[in-house]
Design a protein around this ligand. Structure first.
Ligand code: COA
Length: 598
């Protein structure tokens, strides 16, 4: 049968929902690969329950010809493998969207304009799985999900008029480790899904995804992978970590790759030990990093101060998740800003830096290492669940642009019996030796100390050394503060609305501001990456151009707005929520318009 196609689509949002444990993520990853193969750029989003089995997994892919800033909003095509998934995450479908569903388990309500396309996916999956029983061990069969996801993939690819052959290869790559029989079953499922959906396409026009010619190389990567690769590029020598969702993948990636670059990795007994190991290894001269999420960062607080007092560089990645406590570990949030900025006892200098996109996870990690080395203190690098698991296609980072900063080390003259490890310099930065360097021995300690490292508690010494340590941050913000933020919108002149934000929201804010600007509003956007010390002058300069300032953020209390008010004293409109999911452009456009009208 010849299919009728509409020469449609260079911007499509596909949402996949199913039960956790039944392979929705595998389905999403293969569909995303296929769209990439067609020359489109992709941005994905996934959300899943904390349980290994049960509950709804959602995987969304936006594919476009050209830059993709967000994972999209209303789905053009929804593939619903379960009724629960349809009810909880299937609501937002475009008016003329297609809903491909498992007719064995439910029937979605009819909506004028939408195409409901039911297939007996469960029955087909069971038949395919049963055909394997004689070839597998009993427990292998028990653990094997029926290949409903690959039936869905075959149907989906046929629906968008995409070829199946590359998908057969991808199935081999993905499931090859499970054995030939399982690969063959999944390839059969793919073709069965394609054949079955064709029975219903007679007389229908299906969307044709217009393949694009790719002229430059791309990589498909997630935020967690980019942080791990950024750390390798920055010269990571030691990683100490303890697994926690959604940061674990950073450690898993580095466990494989770091030894190839001559580094070491230890899975510690807990987060406290992990950071302590990093501080020790950094004292010994290595560039070090740990990664965790909110609950793990809480445990590290004491040691963040040790790094500050003893002036030891270390990078601490916080992949933020919904909370508090165990909270919503597999959902996204920007709820740890206060913890990062204020979360030390007493006061000690530390830096807070935030990655703005998956691509920026690479560059922000390098900056985090550079700042840790430069200022000899802990740098908290904020990422988020949505960045961590999001896959995007981007050009490979241009390694020629990588700039590496190493810690200041003592000259021959500075070494010797009176080596001033904590020399009170103009910038606050003092030369740091490492164990084994003749004349470079010193005591690195959290106790208050003089320039040589000897304990001391006089009021004069307390003031002098605190001044010296905090001076490093003053120097940083004065000399480099304006380098780190990304700025979008008109570079000069008055703005109706200026947006100040941080973290994963950069893409969706860019999309929203472009749409708002198209209605005639003048909208600017300052996206902060260096959050502590705050580049106050840069914020004030931007704010001076804005009639109204909007601060959108993904936490319950408006933490960035609070931090800005405490430092700069601006009149701000806040838009904040902490519901485990990212913003969509539509809600921000509404917010921008409403703020502009005030
Ligand atoms: N044929 C063979 N195997 C298949 C298959 C198919 N057609 N489809 C999926 N599978 C396998 C996958 O390979 C995977 O196997 P693996 O565990 O050996 O890697 C497994 O089935 C699950 O499929 P996948 O697509 O990866 O995930 P899913 O969409 O079913 O979602 C998770 C399940 C990943 C969300 C869930 O298991 C999970 O990890 N939840 C989060 C737990 C967590 O972090 N909690 C927080 C604790 S604080």
């Amino acid at each position: 049968m010849a299919l009728q196609t509409s020469e449609l689509t260079t911007d499509v949002t596909i949402r996949l929902v199913g039960e956790s444990g039944e392979g929705t993520i595998s389905l999403g990853e293969l569909a995303a690969k296929m769209l990439t193969k067609l020359g489109l750029e992709i941005c994905t989003f996934q959300t899943f329950p904390a349980e290994i089995k049960g509950g709804t997994v959602m995987f969304q892919i936006r594919a476009r010809a050209g830059e993709v800033l967000t994972e999209g909003d209303a789905a053009n095509i929804l593939v619903a493998l379960t009724e629960d998934g349809f009810v909880s995450m299937g609501g937002n479908v475009a008016g003329d969207g297609i809903i491909l569903y498992d007719s064995d388990v439910f029937t979605p309500p009819t909506v004028e304009g939408r195409w409901l396309l039911g297939m007996p996916i469960s029955t087909m999956g069971k038949v395919l799985k049963d055909s394997l029983r004689s070839e597998l061990e009993g427990d292998q069969v028990a653990r094997l999900p029926a290949p409903k996801n690959m039936i869905g993939l075959g149907a989906l690819l046929t629906l968008i008029d995409a070829p199946l052959t590359p998908a057969e290869e991808y199935i081999k790559e993905l499931f090859g480790r499970k054995g030939d029989a399982i690969v063959r079953m999944n390839q059969r499922a793919l073709n069965a899904g394609a054949d079955k959906v064709k029975e219903q396409l007679e007389g229908r026009t299906i969307p044709h995804i217009t393949a694009q010619e790719r002229t430059a190389p791309i990589v498909t990567v997630s935020g967690n992978q980019m942080i791990a690769m950024g750390a390798l590029a920055a010269g990571l020598g030691f990683f100490g970590g303890y697994p926690i969702t959604p940061a674990t993948e950073i450690m898993e990636f580095l466990a494989k790759e770091l030894p190839r670059f001559g580094g070491d990795l230890i899975q510690a007994e807990d987060e406290i030990a992990a950071l302590a190991m990093c501080i020790g290894a950094s004292y010994a001269g290595k560039k070090t990093m740990t990664s965790s999420s909110g609950p793990g960062i809480s445990l590290m607080v004491e040691l963040i101060n040790l790094a500050g007092q003893a002036e030891v560089p270390v990078v601490i990645v916080d992949v933020q998740r919904g909370g508090a406590s165990t909270g919503m570990p597999t959902k996204t949030s920007q709820g740890d800003l206060n913890l990062a900025v204020y979360g030390v006892h007493n006061e000690s200098p530390h830096i807070v830096f935030a990655a703005a996109s998956v691509e920026d996870c690479f560059w922000a990690t390098i900056e985090a290492f550079n700042l840790a080395e430069q200022c000899q203190c802990a740098v908290l690098l904020l990422s988020e669940q949505s960045l961590a698991t999001k896959k995007v296609t981007i050009p490979p980072p241009n390694t020629a642009e990588i700039r590496i900063v190493n810690r200041k080390t003592p000259t021959e003259d500075q070494l010797g019996e009176r080596y001033h490890r904590y020399a009170d310099t103009l910038t606050g930065v003092s030369p740091m030796s490492s164990p084994g360097l003749p004349g470079g021995a010193y005591v690195a300690t959290g106790i208050e100390h003089d320039e040589l490292g000897n304990p001391g508690y006089t009021p004069e010494l307390a003031r002098q050394m605190k001044d010296k340590r905090f001076r490093k941050l003053d120097t940083l913000v004065r000399e480099q503060g304006s380098q780190y933020a990304h700025q979008f919108g008109p570079a000069e002149g008055p703005l109706d609305v200026g947006i100040i934000a941080f973290g994963s929201t950069e893409g969706v804010i860019r999309e929203a501001t472009a749409a708002a600007a198209a209605t005639g509003l003048k909208v600017g956007h300052l996206h902060l990456r260096l959050l502590n010390p705050l580049p106050i002058e840069q914020v004030e300069e931007f704010a001076s151009r804005c009639k109204q300032i909007l601060v959108p953020e993904l936490n319950y209390t408006g933490q960035l707005a609070g931090w800005l008010r405490s430092q700069v004293g601006l009149k701000l409109h806040t838009y904040h929520k902490d519901e485990g999911v990212p913003f969509v452009a539509k809600e921000l456009i509404e917010e921008i318009k409403s703020v502009a009208a005030r």
